[in-house]
Design a protein around this ligand. Structure first.
Ligand code: ADP
Length: 369
């Protein structure tokens, strides 16, 4: 079957009128970058919040039109309240993207191919470790399905409206880091059922409608997995780079690879993999036990050409402190775990600020006459 091309998708979209009647959805600048993966076509449509209903209808029409293109088996069209970031070409370096959020230099996603691998624990400790390097840091909990950042920071209560014009929400603050989470706004025991476009608009609001202080880095705790919601989020959020968390089990590594591919697909540089629950040091005998078959992430990272940022051991104390809202980097600054997270933070910051992941220099081709 012929493969689906950007041109074919654009040609179809150009036949769909923009909601204000002026031109088509492409010429009106409503269509983001288009990602094509096999028979799946993904992109976002910019919608103004006042016209959400009309845009929902337009989304239906757009999906139907795209599904009519030969070779397309699935169309994922997200509505976003913001304009899509400018088109990018090739894989940019981590530091080459601005965040697009006033006052925030870099957005970094912490992601995992599946749940329960320690993604949120990593996001929190990485944020605190970046702060310990003297950087100004914020944390956005984008894990709308299970927002655990408030608990990990030991934060409860509701954010206040700020006195600024425009009435943004004030982020919460703990251990020198600003924090915002949907968990502050919705009671803990409320089941949250999110449809894709709702996730994006809720997160866009948390990101843009919060009165963040200026920050060097915002760490974003992504929803686990690599489904449509995660992909749209990766595509629509102006990320400078992503850190993938994985346990050493093979299965998790297969998932980690999916996570890496997801970011590559949308041109977000993968800063590296962090292997969590990597090994276990027995508190009695002091011996190192590699219960999951340690080292998988390092080998796998080398194979796929992504740096391994570090190996965080399995540790009861780390879990107890996390559950108590006293993350290890803040409460045990001299521990082995803190040293590892600080080392990871240094590498992340070097990638962001130093352009370590810069594109390869252009090849010089000598012509023989
Ligand atoms: P995810 O965000 O991937 O779902 P969490 O960060 O919530 O995962 O971690 C899942 C559970 O594992 C939590 O109870 C957490 O305290 C625990 N945990 C995470 N990393 C470690 C570790 N290195 N050692 C021991 N427990 C850990």
């Amino acid at each position: 079957m012929a493969s689906v091309t950007q041109e074919a998708v654009l040609a179809v979209l150009k036949r769909i009128a923009a909601p204000d009647g002026r031109g088509n959805v492409v010429s009106a600048g409503l269509v983001s970058d288009i990602a094509i993966e096999g028979g799946t076509v993904m992109f976002a449509l910019t919608a103004s919040p006042q016209h959400m209903r009309a845009m929902e209808m337009l989304r239906g029409a757009v999906e139907k039109a795209v599904l009519g293109i030969p070779g397309v088996s699935k169309a994922v069209v997200a509505l976003t309240a913001e304009r899509a970031p400018a088109k990018s070409e090739g894989q940019p370096a981590a530091g080459q993207r601005g965040s697009g959020i006033p006052g925030i230099r870099h957005l970094v996603a912490v992601a995992s191919g599946k749940g329960g691998v320690g993604k949120s624990t990593t996001a929190v400790n990485l944020a605190l470790a970046l702060h310990s390097l003297g950087l100004r840091v914020a944390v956005l909990d984008a894990d709308v399905y299970g927002p655990s950042i408030p608990k990990l920071f030991g934060l409860n209560g509701k954010p206040e409206a700020s006195s600024e014009p425009g009435k943004k929400m004030k982020p919460m603050s703990r251990h020198g880091v600003e924090v915002m989470s949907i968990g502050f706004l919705v009671p803990e025991d409320t089941p949250m059922i999110w449809r894709g476009p709702m996730v994006m608009s809720a997160l866009t609001q948390l990101l843009r409608e919060t009165a963040w202080s200026p920050a060097d880095v915002m760490v974003i705790d992504m929803p686990p997995g690599t489904g449509d919601v995660q992909l749209t989020l990766a595509q629509q959020t102006p990320l400078s780079g992503a850190v993938i968390v994985s346990t050493p089990q093979d299965l998790a590594l297969i998932d980690a690879r999916k996570g890496i591919n997801m970011f590559r697909k949308v041109n977000v540089p993968v800063i590296g993999i962090l292997e969590n629950m990597s090994y276990f040091v027995c508190s009695r005998c002091g011996e190192r036990h590699e219960i999951f078959g340690h080292g998988g992430a390092r080998e796998e990272a080398a194979r796929i050409g992504v740096p391994c940022l570090g190996e965080v051991p399995l540790d009861k104390e780390l879990r107890l402190r996390s559950d108590a809202g006293e993350p290890v980097v803040a409460s045990q600054p001299e521990s082995l775990h803190t040293a590892i997270y600080r080392d990871v933070a240094r590498q992340v910051w070097a990638a962001l600020d130093g352009g370590q992941l810069a594109r390869p220099a252009p090849r010089i081709v000598m012509e023989n006459h």
